[in-house]
Design a protein around this ligand. Structure first.
Ligand SMILES: Nc1ncnc2c1ncn2[C@@H]1O[C@H](COP(=O)(O)OP(=O)(O)O)[C@@H](O)[C@H]1O
Ligand SMILES: [Mg+2]
Length: 227
């Protein structure tokens, strides 16, 4: 369960604190999928970063399965992000020198350096996910040898490799043509149903938003449920 109560976010600026989020309250359960829309600069990315433990909230509380990530020590917070949260960004953020398989395995390397994880199992899971996202025949390609939509599919596989309970996507189809965007959206939803995670997708695309059962709109620093 993701529970957000009275969340506020301010950034310090030379002209004083800039408030981007105020009194944001909502909750989502495993199996829920939500879209967040809103104009550029309305704080959508800021909200996702706070939900994923990448940015500190200025006020309020975020808990995932009853745990507040912001009470953790730095290493424990890093571990929380790695294990509990999958991120998909607009610009895939893949490692250019690594193959598809290696990119998908990146989150498991961190886990392994902490003394957990099993190399053979991780590789098997990665291969399976790569097949599920339709890239079985591109497994040895580097990001430079893939199309935009294919790169985004790798990013999705990487986000899901550790089966996180919370999957956060920031404009995942923002750089894609409509056909690729539709494929990515269908894939995200399909894998979400299989893994029963909580999926939150920030998007400009009304088409993508309409595919998600819960819809929120961010405006005037506040989050409103619209359907
Ligand atoms: N690190 C930061 N420091 C100061 N201001 C920021 C920072 N990050 C974002 N902002 C400002 O916060 C507002 C919301 O940004 P963002 O969350 O990226 O919006 P969106 O994703 O909806 O376009 C913007 O006006 C942006 O300029
Ligand atoms: Mg943004």
């Amino acid at each position: 369960m993701l529970e957000v109560s009275n969340l506020g976010k301010q950034y310090p600026t030379p002209r004083g604190p800039l408030t981007v989020l105020s009194e944001v309250t909502f909750s989502l359960a495993p199996g829920d999928a939500a879209a967040i829309t809103g104009p550029s600069g309305s704080g959508k990315s800021s909200l996702l970063y706070v939900l994923g433990g990448l940015e500190l909230p200025s006020s309020g509380r975020v808990t995932l399965d009853g745990r507040d990530p912001f009470t953790l020590t730095r290493p424990a917070l890093a571990d929380f992000r790695n294990r509990e949260v999958g991120f998909v960004f607009q610009d895939h953020c893949l490692l250019p020198q690594c193959s598809v398989l290696e990119n998908v395995l990146v989150p498991t390397l961190v886990a392994r350096s902490n003394g957990r994880g099993e190399r053979g199992q991780d590789t098997e899971r990665a291969r399976l996910l790569i097949q599920q996202v339709g890239l079985g025949d591109r497994i040895d390609h580097r990001p430079g040898e893939l199309s935009g939509g294919e790169k985004q599919r790798v990013a999705i596989a990487r986000a899901l490799i550790r089966q996180p309970g919370l999957v956060l996507c920031d404009e995942p189809t923002g750089n894609l043509d409509q056909a690729s965007a539709d494929t990515i959206a269908a894939l995200l939803l399909d894998l979400h149903r299989q893994q029963r995670n909580i999926l939150v997708v920030v998007t400009h695309s009304a088409r993508l938003a309409s595919m998600l059962p819960v819809q929120f709109e961010l405006a005037d620093k506040r989050l409103k449920r619209v359907s």
